[in-house]
Ligand binder design. Structure first.
Ligand SMILES: Cc1cc2nc3c(=O)[nH]c(=O)nc-3n(C[C@H](O)[C@H](O)[C@H](O)COP(=O)(O)OP(=O)(O)OC[C@H]3O[C@@H](n4cnc5c(N)ncnc54)[C@H](O)[C@@H]3O)c2cc1C
Length: 473
């Protein structure tokens, strides 16, 4: 008996792989999702312990497309789904040791003490600034268009909060394509924001600054678990993919024979070597894992994938008696600019955002250490990291006493950095996909790292694959 056969194999049980498998199945294709782990979610893991709920990965997502509403309705998650409380719109930035609310509109921009008067006046120059002549980092782009202070006290902390990244290294074109497009397409940010809003309305998309923040009563993992559940026997847990071969090479047939578009995927299922044949294979796994599997097909592509930097980060979850917090918990949390020379990147006030995060009277906080800004801090011991976090929270949000609950999650490789030159890496990946039709390199190292981006990309991947399969039938 030969190997089992299916239309599509999806590798990876994160949100990208699961949504891809879900929509492929809805399109009537046979799909098998091979999942290395026992439970679904990948980076999205929610843990409940002693009345606390903490996330080891994303705490929130942005509703940037219609897909979340559709998934919530189809998977009957309406009672679980929850938008962040209105005060979640309030985000703080640390400046000179004081937390300032990030202005939400032109009115609060005029009155805020976060930016000096000259920084505010500098914004009026923006529409008259021309285009860049070379690829720029997000730091270069923002400093050129909006000035240094706006870079230091708005974009730098934002980049730390989203990418755990360094604005001097991230490419504006690759990491912030929509911001870059405002300059390319409309000649400036202010002009582009006005015109772009009309186009997004047509595409039924929301810009990230307008999209609602959400999670689920029992945490972010509720969504991947429900998707996996709906896929039933199409998901094979404890199945680590160990190799992939193009069937034309296996059978030594010429490349233009039909088998050139079929692949043999090898995996260890409960420690047993198993194989499955498919027309298409979606790699919905991190670039460094994909690199290992792709190497026998293309050493160059493997090299490109391995070169994508994922900085380490430590996520510190704390349960703190509310009486011991001097600062009002009336926001999303705060972020810290590099210029402030602190040892945490920021802290989310998760119990202020969603229900069910901490017992009555206790606040749930989630601080982050390391990232591309200070990767060396992540090598410190648990005790040191906890001490640093407490010291920083004491001096920023007037924390006193000791936490009643603590949990550390260490990510050796957290979020892919779309650095300067990333466009060339993506071109190399596209050339690989052309050479091996039916293989799709998906996942968060392409077209956006957020959960919202992963879901939109899964949808696009499915459309592409569907056309691909239909064309060879
Ligand atoms: C600490 C942290 C905080 C974050 N916070 C946010 C946030 O607040 N909001 C937001 O929108 N985004 C956030 N993100 C980003 C977002 O969570 C991720 O980009 C997204 O979840 C990635 O999903 P994915 O499906 O592409 O990959 P993953 O979630 O990485 O899933 C891929 C899975 O593939 C599996 N795999 C790997 N190799 C194999 C193999 N050989 N065989 C079988 N399976 C394999 C792995 O087990 C892995 O879990 C955060 C990320 C991190 C790390």
């Amino acid at each position: 008996m030969g190997p089992a056969k299916t239309d599509v194999v999806v590798i990876g049980e994160g949100i990208t792989g699961l949504c891809s498998a879900y929509w492929l199945k809805k399109r009537g294709l046979n799909v098998i999702l091979l999942s290395k782990e026992k439970t679904a979610g990948g980076t999205m893991k929610s843990v409940q312990d002693k009345g606390f709920l903490y996330e080891t990965g994303p705490n929130t997502a942005l509703e940037t497309s219609r897909f979340f509403k559709e998934l919530v309705s189809e998977l009957k998650l309406e009672k679980e789904f929850c938008y962040a409380r209105p005060e979640g719109k309030n985000r703080y930035i640390l400046r000179s040791g004081v937390l300032h609310s990030m202005p939400l509109g032109p009115g609060s921009l005029l009155t805020t003490k976060l930016f000096s008067s000259s920084a505010k006046l500098r914004i009026f120059k923006e529409p008259f600034i021309g285009k860049a002549e070379k690829e720029e980092s997000i730091a270069e782009f923002v400093e050129r268009r909006l000035g240094r202070e706006f870079l230091d006290y708005a974009i730098d902390p934002f980049v730390a909060g989203v990418f755990a990244g360094n604005p001097e290294q991230l490419s504006v074109r690759s990491a912030f394509p929509k911001l870059y497009a405002l300059e390319e397409k409309y000649g400036g940010l202010i002009k582009g924001m006005v015109k772009g809003a009309r186009e997004r309305k047509k595409r039924e998309e929301k810009s990230k600054d307008r999209a609602e923040t959400f999670s689920f009563v029992n945490g972010m993992q509720v969504l991947p678990l429900a998707v996996a559940d709906s896929l039933g026997g199409s998901v094979i847990p404890n199945a680590k993919v160990t190799g992939i071969r193009n069937l034309s090479t296996v059978r030594e047939e010429p490349a233009d024979e039909p088998d050139a578009r079929r692949y043999l995927v090898e995996y260890l299922h409960n420690d047993q070597e198993t194989e499955i044949e498919a027309d298409c294979v979606i790699f919905a796994i991190p670039a460094y894992d994909a690199s290992q599997l792709i190497r026998p097909l293309s050493a160059d592509t493997a090299h490109v994938l391995a070169s994508i930097y994922y900085p380490p980060i430590v996520s510190v979850f704390l349960g703190v008696d509310r009486k011991n917090i001097g600062h009002k918990l009336d926001g999303f949390g705060f972020l810290i600019p590099t210029r402030e020379k602190r040892k945490i990147l920021g802290c989310l006030w998760t119990s202020c955002l969603f229900p069910n995060r901490a017992p009555e009277g206790i606040a749930a906080l989630n601080a982050f250490i390391g990232g591309a800004r200070q990767p060396e801090l992540t090598t410190l011991s648990d005790e040191r990291i906890i001490q640093i976090t407490l010291d920083e929270l004491r001096s920023t949000m007037q924390l006193s006493g000791n936490p009643v609950y603590l949990h550390l999650t260490r990510w050796q490789k957290s979020i892919p950095q779309y650095e300067i030159g990333y466009g060339r890496k993506i071109e190399a990946l596209e050339q690989f996909e052309e050479k091996f039709p039916g293989i799709v390199l998906a996942g968060n190292y392409r077209r956006g790292i957020s959960v919202g981006d992963c879901v939109i990309n899964a949808h696009e991947t499915v459309e592409k694959i569907y056309e691909n399969i239909i064309s060879i039938r």
